[in-house]
Design a protein around this ligand. Sequence first.
Ligand code: MN
Length: 245
Amino acid sequence: MRSPLYFISDVHLKLSSSDKEMARRKKLYSLLEHISETGGTVFFMGDLFDFYYEYPDVIPKSYYQLYTQISSLKEKGIDIHFLVGNHDYWVMDFITDELMSHTHLGDFNFEMNGKKFYLTHGDGILSWDYGYRFLKKMIRHPFFIWLFRWIHPTLGYKIGRFVSKSGSEYDMNQSTTEKVRNELIRYAETKSENGFDFILLGHYHLGEMIDLNQGKLALLGDWFKTPRYAVFDGEILKMKTWESS
Ligand SMILES: [Mn+2]
């Protein structure tokens, strides 16, 4: 694996191409252009798409520019890892065999320069989230995925647009944020006790780096307001803001 490692989460690319959406995409594309100059490895940590569903013969055309950018990064020798999130779990061979270098349907861990990394999108971690964990099991069930396949793509993506409207659901109030943060720190401390140095999570859109008793917890940010992503230069893991547009 080549450094620097870039960790990008919760871009939530939408199926629509409104001006606001295009401006958001431009920010991501400019970071990808920057990465094409530095080289390294990219980890998309889930919810790259606000809705992604791949039919055996159909892929969403709205993400065309992203597909071409990823292809050109790969041509430059940059590996692209994709950990699927709760908005983009429904991938097939276009994502796994054509587009991404590696696709991870679950958590992923690896070691680099003596540092152990634990990567997870992070949905379903919160202890009180029973309802969500049930929903997660259901929508990831092969029968559900098979059933959805028989919906015409135009209708399927319409349903997708409707159910995955995101951007506001993570505007948590201060006390909820505090509760969530504490729970995630507890989760990360357990991982760190099991020998991991860096625990990276998406999904909660917080954009914060937290020092653990030993090691660090990166709660990656989203791309709605100020994009926050993490970089490991081979020694240090940092949270950064992407300013350029
Ligand atoms: Mn998520």
